[in-house]
Ligand binder design. Structure first.
Ligand SMILES: [Zn+2]
Length: 255
């Protein structure tokens, strides 16, 4: 059976300077938990290749929760499915999730697959195996347009949250599973009223998706992973170096 770890790995997207502390990691909370059959869609080699990018150290990966593994990424040898809950999607946001996913896919080499719409609600602690809803496989990345009423961590100037949980099989590397992006629908609607609104909302989604695949914040305004957005709308050189590295994770066929 797989061991499941969960971490409060949803990270804040900050529109104005507001610091939000990272919560301490807790692991494992579940042992021998319900998990899908092993190796669903697992290939023997990565499905894509990250691009060659100029060297940069202006990125930070999430700290690995285990000592013998330096960092954690998604299994590049199987597709990374995602679903979108369309409720509350603001007018003018059509296609932005797909455009942001395409950027992250290109920057990592990870192969994303759009599984369409879902009715699943965002949650701080999400079941990583929901066979009735998604079949006998790990849950897809869940992207939702939501609100501070539904997700209190979005209160104030937080435009979005993004992160993933961990899963691993004994003897195999820890990999990410069950990512989520939670977007403040009202904040996005406000932004979309501006001429460049779509570009900024897309940048927010890119930032959150970069958290999903493993990038932490950096204190560098030239990077999209700066904790507060100072006007940047594309990945910077450090972001790109980190994302390319995150596309070179280990395959985890035993999971
Ligand atoms: Zn962030």
């Amino acid at each position: 059976m797989a061991l499941l770890y969960t971490t409060p790995s949803l990270h804040e997207r900050i529109a104005v300077p507001v610091a939000m502390p990272r919560l301490p990691l807790s692991l494992p909370i579940l042992q021998g938990a319900d998990a899908p059959p092993r190796g669903v869609e697992a290939g023997e080699a990565p499905l894509g290749t990250p691009p060659a990018v100029p060297a940069s150290t202006a990125y930070r990966l999430f700290e690995s929760p285990v000592e013998d593994q330096e960092w954690v990424g998604y299994d590049p040898c199987r597709p990374l499915h995602y679903v979108v809950r369309p409720d509350n999607a603001p007018a003018g946001s059509e296609g932005l999730v797909q455009e942001a996913v395409a950027e992250v896919s290109a920057a990592t080499g990870l192969r994303f697959v759009d599984d369409g719409a879902t009715s699943e609600a965002p949650a701080e602690e999400r079941d990583l195996y929901q066979p009735e809803r998604y079949g006998k496989t790990w849950v897809p990345v869940l992207i939702t347009w939501t609100s501070p009423e539904e997700i209190p961590a979005l209160a104030g100037d937080i435009a979005g949250l993004g992160g993933s949980d961990y899963a691993h099989a004994p003897g195999q590397p820890l990999v990410f599973a069950g990512g989520q992006v939670q977007l403040d629908a009202e904040d996005a609607a406000d932004t979309l009223r501006f001429p460049d609104g779509r570009t900024y909302v897309k940048a927010t989604i890119m930032h959150e998706l970069a958290h999903v695949v493993g990038l932490d914040h950096v204190d560098d305004p030239d990077e999209l992973m700066n904790a507060e957005n100072l006007g940047r709308t594309t990945f910077g050189q450090g972001d790109r170096a980190g994302l390319a590295l995150l596309g070179t994770g280990s395959c985890a066929p035993g999971l």
